[in-house]
Design a protein around this ligand. Sequence first.
Ligand code: URA
Length: 251
Amino acid sequence: MRLDDLLFSQGFGTRRVCAGLIQQGLVTVEGAICDDPGADVQPEGLGYTVQGVPWLYQRLAYVMLHKPAGTECSQKPSTYPSVYTLLPAPLRQRPNKGAVNGVQAVGRLDQDTTGLLLLTDDGKFIHRMASPRHHVPKVYEVVTRHPVDAAQLGRLLEGVLLEDERVPVRAAACEQTGERALRMTLTEGKYHQVKRMVAAAGNRVEALHRSRIGVLELPPELEPGQWRWLTEAEVRALMAAPAPARAGAAG
Ligand code: URA
């Protein structure tokens, strides 16, 4: 692959911009400056730098972000900054066959929800993670306004009827983790689902944090606002199978 095509594929701008970066000596390949836009490079596993920043070629991009509170998952946010502003420009500019460029959030979290958010430009992965048919479990740490009681836990596990839904929705697992704290596992992703379920069970969500998606836990060292690439093994594991339900799961 030509070096300018490689940079273009990784989101560094138009082919002309990419050629310019290379000709100005701003790109190194495997440790050495390469100023020929037409240089033939082997993309798989290629390490390179652009303006001193190291990159590894990724045919498709998969990242996790620790979403901070006060950010919106929309590309065109209405009130709060978009989560996309937390990612470097190349991740937002990666060219795609479709109309939309760059990585996309896999599902959405509310502006006040924190925690694990995945973003990718792999449409199959987005479909796999979001499809209710695949039942990928998502684990939420919930702080409630009122003390949690057994009746509320029972309702969340047996199913609550939400407005505009015809069948009750239930948590795949739910356990009390503090006087006003719950850990809830959902396998669907309905609008404001945790907040609506907790309200329907007779309590109220004060704070919400997603700690896990399938086999992937939010790493404690990833601070709010930070992102990192998923490893190949993590992508494979997420695609392969949902994590086994926690003890106490109801389905
Ligand atoms: N459920 C909610 O109510 N909000 C979120 O952000 C995620 C799940």
